[in-house]
Design a protein around this ligand. Sequence first.
Ligand SMILES: *Cc1c(COP(=O)(O)O)cnc(C)c1O
Length: 429
Amino acid sequence: MMFKKSQKLYKKGLVNLVGAVNSPVRAFSSVGGNPLFIKKAKGSKIVDVDNNEYVDLVLSYGPMILGHRHKKVQKAITKSLKNGYSFGASTENEIKLAKIVCEAFPGMDKVRFVNSGTEAVLSGIRLARAYTGKDKIIKFSGCYHGHQDALLVAAGSGLATLSLPGSKGVPEGAVKNTLIAEYNNLESVKAHFEKHDDIAGVIIEPVAGNMGVVTPKDNFLKELKTYLASKNALLIVDEVMTGFRSKFGGAQELFDVEADITCLGKVIGGGFPVGAYGARNEIMEMVAPLGGMYQAGTLSGNPIAMAGGIATLTELKKQNPYDQFNETASILEVFLLESAKKYGVEIKVNRFGSMINPFFTNKEVINFEDAQTCDTNKFATFFWEMIKNGVFLPPSQFEAWFLSSTLKDKDLEKISKAIDAGMLAVSKL
Ligand SMILES: *Cc1c(COP(=O)(O)O)cnc(C)c1O
């Protein structure tokens, strides 16, 4: 396998782009080598500029849940393009997508569309503060909620991969109202409430996907919600990654817990820049123009993006691929565990719906501390074997692999062979 053109573009890219990437997770910092440059993708496959073809388990970090360029999505956006790109005024498609989203999440009477997950979460936090009149927010170590200042502490994958404790440029004042708790540990949340009486709410990834996949313990989310209600604090559920992924109604449907404020992104745009936050009427009525919480966006509700989102969610609902995702993920889990066993490599595998990943550790991973026991060198070796055997993975131990509904048996065979090659290589380290 040759990466000549990618290498050339990487060098070129270094001149005017930062690290030749527009998001640090795309850099290959923790696995070594140069990032791949992509030419095109279709269905379950992605092709780099050197014409190497891979089964794609990155899927743009989640949005391409139907696979790349699904016919119906392509048709919808092509049609929308013909009418113009952006108007600075409302369109009918915004109402349609809002209805689909609100129907999927019973806790959402109203929704506001924005352009990214980061925007969705920063607006959701502002809303929690506006509604409660309190300033402090609790977040969990290892959860990532976008790159807004206030939440850029103990923030999972991108930062863990680069070994940065937080971020430069974030003033102390911006994080002084952020409290950190431990995932799957309700006591660590209660401890904060015992010390502070001005906590607006808790933000959580209902299934964490940014420290690798970490699922909530049995009743963790429900108990958290009940506890917060008793403290007049809000549960802000960041479903940017999990929304529409394990069930159409997200992790909230699966775990039967209702958020006070829900944040969405990734899948709802089907590959276009869309984020959203929503809540019941009394909370959303705080948002301008109905209320005094300001939040705006020149391109928010962009017509092409709305068309992509509607087509993606409509098709997803029709396909209802969630049982299939669980089945495929369980097959992958078996591949991983059996191959690791065969070569004497210690791993743990966590999965949730269409998200799965192996951790190169012998410790069960239920929080960020556990995730950090992983041997990232082993992951780097494994990653490159997967690439060489035609499987495109996120270049980090701490990212989930994503499955699309277009994965075929042949793709699974290829993945299985690649995993075997990967584990063999790791066993020789
Ligand atoms: C990706 C992600 C975000 C940020 O979304 P962007 O669109 O990258 O800004 C926020 N929260 C979670 C849980 C995510 O996975």
